[in-house]
Design a protein around this ligand. Structure first.
Ligand SMILES: NC(=O)c1ccc[n+]([C@@H]2O[C@H](COP(=O)([O-])OP(=O)(O)OC[C@H]3O[C@@H](n4cnc5c(N)ncnc54)[C@H](OP(=O)(O)O)[C@@H]3O)[C@@H](O)[C@H]2O)c1
Length: 232
């Protein structure tokens, strides 16, 4: 059984990941923003979960995560927490929105990895899975693949920045920790795109199964499990 930390387990894919991993006996540290989520989640897996209240948009989350995890090795860190932008097209975009999304999608990942660096290095084959998006692909954006969708500057810029962070972390921790950028599919959750078609519970099962069978591996791009590698 492995130790896993998953962020954003209050709803959506994060909650499904929490359910999937705990039901298979793994110990899950789950990060939520709201204290009101703690009881319900811990009641789902009283023996093998601990829920941490921390806002990943703030540096205080680093200390809160360290305090909860102590010196436990972490085999898998899933950076799942995310928010959507609300404005489209240049005329409506405010820099505050871009700052907010960059802060969560990119700096939120920086904060959890900083918090858990030593815990990851204690594990056998540590993996960090960063939930990214097809919309974080600069190659596809420049090829016009998503021109039919309204342009969320904040989301695309934040996910592309996260990809650069993933690559910087790969360079620093090569042969020690693997960092994977994952597009989960177009899931039917609260931040779903207009063309969403995937069930988050099925996506969570797929991630769990790939983890347990050693098939979560670094690729040269954004991985969509069982489908394709999207170029950076
Ligand atoms: N849905 C899709 O089709 C899709 C496609 C590609 C990529 N993704 C990515 O997949 C991940 C999960 O998406 P989802 O659809 O499951 O989203 P979701 O249903 O909106 O859930 C996001 C979770 O992240 C948490 N969160 C947001 N900001 C946070 C912060 N500052 N600190 C701590 N937790 C925070 C939310 O907390 P609250 O419960 O308190 O709001 C929520 O539990 C995201 O990174 C998203 O960008 C999603």
């Amino acid at each position: 059984m492995k130790n896993v930390l998953i962020t954003g387990v209050g709803k959506g894919l994060g909650k499904e990941l929490f359910k999937s991993f705990t039901s298979k006996g793994h110990f899950v540290f789950g990060v939520v923003r709201k204290a009101s989520d703690v009881k319900t989640l811990e009641a789902m897996a009283p023996e093998n979960s601990r829920v941490i209240v921390a806002d990943l948009a703030s540096d205080t989350s680093i200390g809160l995560i360290r305090e909860a995890v102590q010196d436990a090795p972490i085999d898998l860190l899933i950076n799942n927490a995310g928010i959507a932008g609300s404005s489209y097209q240049l005329h409506h975009v405010e820099s505050a929105e871009i700052n907010n999304l960059f802060n969560v999608h990119c700096l939120g990942v920086l904060r959890t990895v900083k918090a858990l660096q030593n815990n990851l290095l204690k594990a056998d084959k540590p993996t960090v899975l960063n939930l990214n998006s097809r919309l974080g692909s600069i190659s596809r954006q420049s090829a016009g693949v998503y021109d039919h969708l309204a342009i969320s500057y904040s989301y695309r810029v934040a996910k592309a920045a996260q990809n650069m962070l993933t690559n910087c972390l790969r360079s620093e921790f090569r042969d020690q920790i693997q960092f994977i950028s994952l597009h989960p599919g177009k899931m039917k959750t609260e931040i779903a795109s207009s063309d969403a078609d995937a069930d988050p519970a099925e996506v969570a099962h797929r991630i769990l199964s790939h983890f347990e069978t050693g098939r979560l591996v670094e690729e040269n791009g954004i991985t969509e499990l069982e489908k394709e590698i999207i170029p950076w």
